[in-house]
Design a protein around this ligand. Structure first.
Ligand code: DP6
Length: 348
């Protein structure tokens, strides 16, 4: 058996409707459906070389992150490979040499697991097709399914268009097991959005996303949150189809604040926003009121602020960010990205 090798680039994503909470039954199934934008310019590049052979009866792999071993990521990958062990002969029978890197700087507090597991899943799915001579079919759906088992939000990263994950009545083909593309036409000006990620706090989060999800079980407010997210997904789908940016802004900002409200309503309670997060939000609101420009924020499970805006206002919004928001950013750091391109295979 010859050695197999493959490389993929896979972008990160930012959720508009948040996945926050998992179903009690099943593995990595979301408590509510979510939708995200794929961020073309923030990505992971992963290469896997599958070499003969693995007779150890458990996953065998080596991992280099930016050329160096990384213990915490290794443990996650170990769990991930155990989860897909039964279905993927390449995991059972080969030793996998995994090399991965992110194009965004370390220590920015940006979650790299969505991009990382997206790229890993694409590599494994395609290698499996080659290894089994086509008995297994590599599809983006299969890649999404396995990406989910690495990190829930990763299953949305394997698409270029906005991706919906979780069973929802608005989307016939939606599933808890994998994400699907938002397959409606998106109307101007929401068809090309930009995301400027303001690095407010580059430090490690005090509570990880996985722990955060866990704190929703037994939380008396959780059911109301899931209901709200479900309703918001239908509303945002309508806004995207109609290009209704005012509704869109309202839903996106409300979702970000609901996510952080759930952290404050957890037991133990916690806050991941920092003073700079709130200062930036206030500045955005004031700027929007004064100029009427459609700029908005969203947050992931951390202090950093994602500033979203349509293409046509790039110049004004970038000026605003550089003149008024950078002083709240660590080392005046922010990263610009936009939606549009999905993952890319880097090998032939
Ligand atoms: C706040 O996907 O990182 O970013 O499934 O445990 O790996 P695990 O969690 P993760 O959670 C992401 C939560 C979020 C919202 C979102 O991306 O939808």
């Amino acid at each position: 058996m010859s050695n197999l090798k493959i490389s993929y680039r896979c972008p990160s994503n930012i959720a508009l409707i948040k996945y926050w909470g998992k179903k009690a039954e099943g593995i990595q199934l979301p408590a509510n459906a979510s939708i995200s934008l794929t961020l073309s310019d923030l990505y992971a590049e992963t290469t896997i070389s599958a070499v003969d052979g693995n007779i150890s009866g458990k996953p065998s792999f080596s991992l280099l992150l930016d050329g160096k071993p990384k213990k915490s990521f290794e443990t996650k990958i170990q769990h991930f490979l155990e989860r897909i062990w039964d279905q993927y002969s390449i995991v059972r029978e080969m030793h996998l040499q995994i090399e991965t890197s992110n194009n965004f700087p370390h220590g920015t507090g940006i979650a790299s697991s969505a991009a990382g597991f997206g790229a890993l899943a694409l590599c494994i799915s395609e290698l499996e097709e080659e290894y089994t001579n086509g008995k297994y079919k590599h599809t983006v759906e299969n890649a999404s399914k396995i990406a989910r088992l690495g990190s829930g939000s990763a299953c949305r990263s394997v698409f270029g268009k906005p991706a919906v994950w979780g069973k929802h009545e608005y989307f016939d083909k939606s599933s808890d097991e994998y994400a699907i593309e938002f397959d409606y036409e998106i109307a101007f000006p929401l068809n090309q959005l930009n995301d400027a990620v303001l690095i407010i706090d580059a430090g490690e989060k005090t509570v990880s996303s996985s722990e955060g999800h866990g704190l929703l079980s037994g939380n008396p407010y959780a059911e109301a949150r899931y209901k709200s997210a479900t309703a918001n997904l239908s509303k945002i789908a309508e806004a995207l189809k109609k290009g209704n940016i005012h509704h869109f802004i309202h839903i996106v900002e409300s979702e970000a604040l609901q996510l952080h409200a759930m952290m404050m309503l957890s037991n133990p309670y916690y806050i991941l926003m920092r003073p700079g997060t709130l200062a930036v939000i206030e500045k955005i609101w004031k700027f929007r009121e004064q100029t009427g420009l459609p700029v908005m924020f969203t947050l992931d499970a951390g202090a950093n602020v994602h500033v979203l805006y349509p293409d046509e206002y790039t110049e004004q919004i970038v000026n605003f960010i550089e003149n008024e928001l950078l002083l709240f950013c660590q080392n005046r750091t922010y990263l610009r990205s936009r939606t549009g391109r999905g993952p890319e295979k880097l090998t032939n």
